[in-house]
Design a protein around this ligand. Sequence first.
Ligand code: SF4
Length: 897
Amino acid sequence: METRSTCPYCGVGCGVIIEHDATQITGVRGDPDHPANFGRLCTKGGTLHLGMTPQVMAQRLMHPQLRSDKTAARKRVSWDAALDHAAEKFARAISEHGPDSVAFYISGQLLTEDYYVFNKLAKGLIGTNNVDTNSRLCMSSAVAGYKATLGADAPPCSYEDIDHADCLLIAGSNTAWAHPVLFRRIEDARAARPEMKLIVVDPRRTDTAEAADLHLAILPGTDIALYNAMLHVLLWEDLADLDYVRAHTEGFDALKALVRDYTPALAADICGVKAEDIVTAARWFGQAPAALSLYCQGLNQSSHGTDNNAAIIHLHLATGKIGKPGCGPFSLTGQPNAMGGREVGGLANLLSAHRDLANPEHRAEVARLWGVADVPAKPGFTAVELFEAVHRGEIKALWIACTNPAQSLPDLTRVHEALAKCPFVVLQEVSADTDTAAHADLLLPAAGWGEKEGTVTNSERRISRVHAAVPAPGEARADWRIVVDFAHRLESRLSQYGDTLFPYANTEDIFNEHRATTVGRDLDIGGLSYALLEQSGPQQWPLRAGAVFGTPRLYAGGVFPTASGRARFTSTQHQPLAEATDPRHPLHLNTGRLRDQWHGMSRTGVVSRLHAHAPEPAIEMHPRDMERRGIVDGDLVRLKGKRGSLLLRAAASNTLRPAQTYVPMHWGGQFMSGLGVNALTLPVTDPVSRQPELKHAAVQVEKFTVGWQLVAMRRDDEGGLHAALHPWLARFDHATLTLAGRDSTVVVLRAWGGEGSPVPSPDMLAELAAATGLDAPHMLAFNDTRCGIAKRALIEGDRLAGALLCNETRATDWLLDLIARGGSTADLRKWLFAPLATPPAAGPARGRIVCNCFDVSESEIRAELAAGLDLAALQEKRKCGSNCGSCLPELRRMAAQ
Ligand code: SF4
């Protein structure tokens, strides 16, 4: 059987076809009819069905669980008991401390209908605006930038504009990794029109930057100076469209006076790039008949993210390159439904259908639509503020849904402190194993991908239907259903409105109410229905009553949703970084994404093959910075910031400038010791958008001298071993807990002790062997207590099933390959019983897997290229890059090298 739905990862919003037998999901492929992807999927979307394996189901939350106090273990309870308890706690907090003593922290991964009922619950029923979302961490500067300049939170472009652009400016986005299917479209457009210019602005030479005609590797936080200087050149060289400016904008003269000072020479000095490159970028942008900009977290996650966004939008307004095919400022959303959340007003300062909380008429409209007396005027706490309020003790009951703030917020030590002391924390989640789950007093099992009904909106304002293919496992329920069931209980306790505010039997009822709130607004979907989505496919808003299809492009007539109908130029001045480097913290830390992982890895992290491209947590450093500190590639290093520290493996990288470092955002406390990179990031936020500066912190890196090391590897056919070994992460100076393997899952625990720290005792090794199932009677074991060397190997049938190594870990790659892929164990005994024997030559380690679809490793690709194959011949022989294409940019880079 087949069911159409969407991918739950990035904001490209690809359509998928789920293959299933009505009880189990068996496969997934791209939907050829979905306009976001036309059948394509990336490595993440293409492995969605693997999220239903025993390993994954073992970490699913199946039943509500409640603990009586912070020190007690959680126990399984019925849904009725769980929701009654939650309603009692919330009602008591509201009656004793007021509505603002409770809060909801939700997620851009919820569906629009889920989001809608959460928002109504907080603002309509309870009477608090304390509802914010993890979209605050990724999109709120884009929202604020659009509203400041264009008057509404509406990306004006479509993906099809990529096909028409003559100049494409990608800023603060590694599109090749973060939005891979969109990058395939960019590659196609460039192949069809080689004259198209690609400019990439990014401090790192990412795979996206590698593909550019011009890469501007600006210093962190200098975006505004660059775009102001580009505007300076556009004006100086008469490339602005002053007729458009006069007819359709306001505030230009003030900005013109401001950018007079931003000469290319000045900006070159601030940004650390060549002045002539700034001039070239401005000329390409200004001379192109159609120029499109794509941007993402590099602009948004900044203490001046709103101005970063405005500065790039100014280029479009000054040249009239907006509202036309191939033109416009196009913010890419990181999450699958960050847009839908914004549409229903699911943020602490917004109201339904892009209404403003600060506007009394808007509040009155929403109150009327909902049938409540009023909507409170006082803005709620935004994400970072919310957890500060929790820390201060102002929030007595906190409901978290579908997100992991204990990993994703900045300054994590303080967030963990806040969660630990919050009197009542509810977590509504799919996974039982997230860093936030440890703090939950009540865990509520939510339905996941393939199990839910509703709608989502992608980056190009396109609304798609999400369909359930199989029932949720255990007692898991749809998110909207959990909220409505809770709301009914709270209604009866607060007894303000009776049982009237949440009369929904299904998601379509919720969608229809949401639709009614949009009529007359910029995102009017008065003409949209579930039936139309089924019949005509995904549609872009607005789609007003009477319309048959959505709207691909906004502002074609040059009229903007501002009071005057004109777009606005704002004053964007270069601002220093919120945290400057200093002699004790001389390096810049940048954070971002990996190609094959998603957010906190609660879903991608349980699919073993998605670990293959980046198998271990690492910090990328410039070789010169490593040499200066006596660090070589692969060493363990301590990354120290002003708020925390982290141990990581160092990886030399020429994609960074000296003094820059890079750590992926994904690795958290489920996969390594410590809290993850956000232990070091700043809680400083943009003054308008309140988005935190997650892209930059000042740090130092020091070599960590290893005293001993240990590796335990075990095939995990039943699932559950990763969770069972998780407590071991806390028992060592540093440890990682990752997966390996392709068709079988291997759990890998690596641990290190510092110089002088005691070597793991025989008792501890025996305990670890028991925990990993490496204590069977027929186990091959070797111990040399004088040298502290221990080796164990377990053979099941004719295949190596697991191994444990202490202080002699040179054989790790060989053994891991044998466990994951099988192969002869003939040399095992000889190696095992000789304390310092060199591992058998099983060929070079395969290393990272570059092509996940066809399991082709970096070493294999390099060997083929060294043997004389060009890229086409390599692909012909190995098939790499010929399926999803996510690895193509990397293959091209390797071939070029
Ligand atoms: Fe999913 Fe990849 Fe498409 Fe993003 S690009 S929606 S992660 S398949």
